[in-house]
Write a protein that binds this ligand. Structure first.
Ligand SMILES: Cc1cc2nc3c(=O)[nH]c(=O)nc-3n(C[C@H](O)[C@H](O)[C@H](O)COP(=O)(O)OP(=O)(O)OC[C@H]3O[C@@H](n4cnc5c(N)ncnc54)[C@H](O)[C@@H]3O)c2cc1C
Length: 348
C-alpha cells in the first residue's frame, strides 16, 4: 500500500488514542482522532467550576483534576517523552506530602517516586499531545463497518452538539485503532475480530470522584493520602499541585468497593456522604464547602488488565489499545497506543 493511501481512524482521544495518532502521523499516515468528549484527554481530565456551574472556559474560579491524579514514568521511552513535556513546561513534579491511612491510623509515605502533573491542570498533557493532530470532539462513533470486498472501514458518527439525531458516515479508512474502554469497544468491534473474547474478559470498575472547594484552608498534615479503612480510597489537596491557584480545593475518590456498591447512586447524595467520610478521616470539623459536586467514572480502571500492550487483528487491519491492555495507568495507556500504531503501520 502506498504511503499516500494510508488513512487511519483512531477512536478515542485519551492518552492512548493521542499517542497512537502521534506515531501514525510520524509514519506519514493521514489520521483522524474522534472523541465523544468536549475535549481530548479522556480520564486525564480537569473540571472547571465558576459559581457552582461547571464551565470549560479558562477564567474558571476553581479547577479540579477529577480523573488521573498524577503519573509516574518507569519505561525508558515514556521517561524520554516525560522529560520533553517537562522541558516544554507542560508538566511539573508534584511535591505534595503523602500519607497512608488504614485502621491503625495515619503514616507518612516517604519515597523517592517522582509524581508528575500537568500544569496548570492535568488536561494540559492531552492538549499538548493533541497539537498538530486532526482531533474531532463531541462526536460519538456509534458503529464501525469493514467493506467485505476492499476491507476498508467506515464509521458512523453522531454529533453530540446537535439536537437533531443525524448520523453521518466517516471514511473510508485503511485501518482503525479503537482506544476506548472494553465495554464501549465491544459495541464497535465486529464479532469476527480476533480480539473480541479478550476484550470481553476485561471488566472495568467504577470510581466516584468528589470535587470540593473550601473558603478557608482545611487543616491536614498531608496533601495526598492513600486510604484503606474508609469509603474513600484516595484524597488530595488539588491546590497543592503546581499552578492551581490559591483556593483550597480537594478531590476525594471513593474506594473501588464503595464505588461499585453505589455506582447508580445520585451525585447529589454521593458528594455529601464522601465529604463526611473525609471529615471522619481528618477528625476535624469540616468548614462548609463553597463548592461540592460528584462525578461518576463508570469505567475508571480494569479489575484485571491484560498485560499485553495492544491487540491486533492483521486481517482486518484493526487494533485495540488502552490502559486496560497495559496496566491501568497513564504510562500504560501511552505505551499501548504507541504499540497499536506501530503494529498498524507495519501492516499498511
Ligand atoms: C478516578 C481515576 C483516577 C486515576 N488516577 C490515576 C493516577 O493517579 N495515575 C495514573 O497513571 N493513572 C490514573 N488513572 C488512570 C488513567 O486516567 C488512565 O490509565 C488513562 O487516562 C487511560 O487512557 P486511555 O486513553 O486508555 O482511555 P481514556 O482516557 O478512557 O480515553 C478513551 C476516550 O474514548 C472516548 N470514547 C469512548 N467511547 C467512544 C465512542 N464510542 N466514540 C468516540 N469516543 C469514545 C472517551 O470519551 C475517552 O476520551 C485514573 C483514572 C481514574 C478514572
Amino acid at each position: 500500500m502506498g504511503a499516500e493511501q494510508r488513512r487511519v481512524l483512531v477512536i478515542g482521544a485519551g492518552i492512548s488514542g493521542l499517542s497512537a495518532a502521534q506515531v501514525l502521523r510520524e509514519a506519514g499516515c493521514v489520521v483522524q482522532v474522534i472523541d465523544k468528549g468536549r475535549g481530548p484527554g479522556g480520564r486525564v481530565s480537569t473540571r472547571r467550576v465558576v459559581n457552582g456551574e461547571a464551565l470549560t472556559s479558562a477564567d474558571a474560579e476553581w479547577s479540579f483534576d477529577h480523573g488521573a491524579q498524577y503519573f509516574t514514568a518507569r519505561d525508558a521511552a515514556f521517561q524520554s517523552a516525560v522529560e520533553s513535556w517537562h522541558t516544554s513546561g507542560v508538566i511539573a513534579p508534584w511535591r505534595g506530602r503523602l500519607a497512608s491511612f488504614d485502621s491503625e491510623g495515619r503514616e507518612p509515605v516517604d519515597d523517592t517516586t517522582i509524581r508528575w502533573v500537568g500544569v496548570p491542570a492535568m488536561n494540559r498533557v492531552a492538549r499538548h499531545l493533541a497539537q498538530g493532530l486532526d482531533v474531532t470532539c463531541s462526536r460519538v462513533v456509534s458503529s464501525l463497518h469493514a467493506d467485505a470486498v476492499t476491507g476498508r472501514w467506515t464509521a458512523t458518527l453522531r454529533d453530540l452538539t446537535s439536537t437533531d439525531v443525524t448520523d453521518t458516515s466517516n471514511g473510508p479508512w485503511d485501518a482503525v485503532i479503537v482506544t476506548i474502554p472494553p465495554p464501549q469497544a465491544l459495541a464497535l468491534l465486529p464479532a469476527t475480530a480476533s480480539m473480541t473474547s479478550a476484550v470481553a474478559a476485561v471488566p472495568m470498575e467504577p470510581c466516584w470522584s468528589v470535587l470540593v472547594a473550601f473558603p478557608e484552608h482545611v487543616k491536614a498534615a498531608f496533601d495526598g493520602a492513600f486510604v484503606t479503612s474508609s469509603p474513600l480510597g484516595w484524597v488530595a489537596r488539588n491546590s497543592s499541585k503546581p499552578g492551581r491557584g490559591h483556593h483550597d480545593t480537594w478531590v476525594l475518590h471513593a474506594s473501588p468497593e464503595w464505588s461499585a456498591a453505589h455506582v447508580d447512586d445520585h451525585a447529589d447524595a454521593v458528594g455529601p456522604f464522601l465529604l463526611n467520610a473525609f471529615g471522619d478521616l481528618l477528625r476535624v470539623p469540616m468548614p462548609r464547602p463553597s463548592h461540592l459536586s460528584a462525578h461518576r467514572w463508570r469505567y475508571a480502571r480494569a479489575a484485571a488488565p491484560l498485560h499485553v500492550r495492544a491487540l491486533t487483528d492483521a486481517g482486518l487491519r484493526l487494533a485495540v489499545a488502552g490502559d486496560w491492555c497495559a496496566g491501568n495507568r497513564v504510562e500504560g495507556a501511552w505505551l499501548s497506543g504507541r504499540e497499536a500504531a506501530t503494529a498498524i503501520t507495519a501492516l499498511l
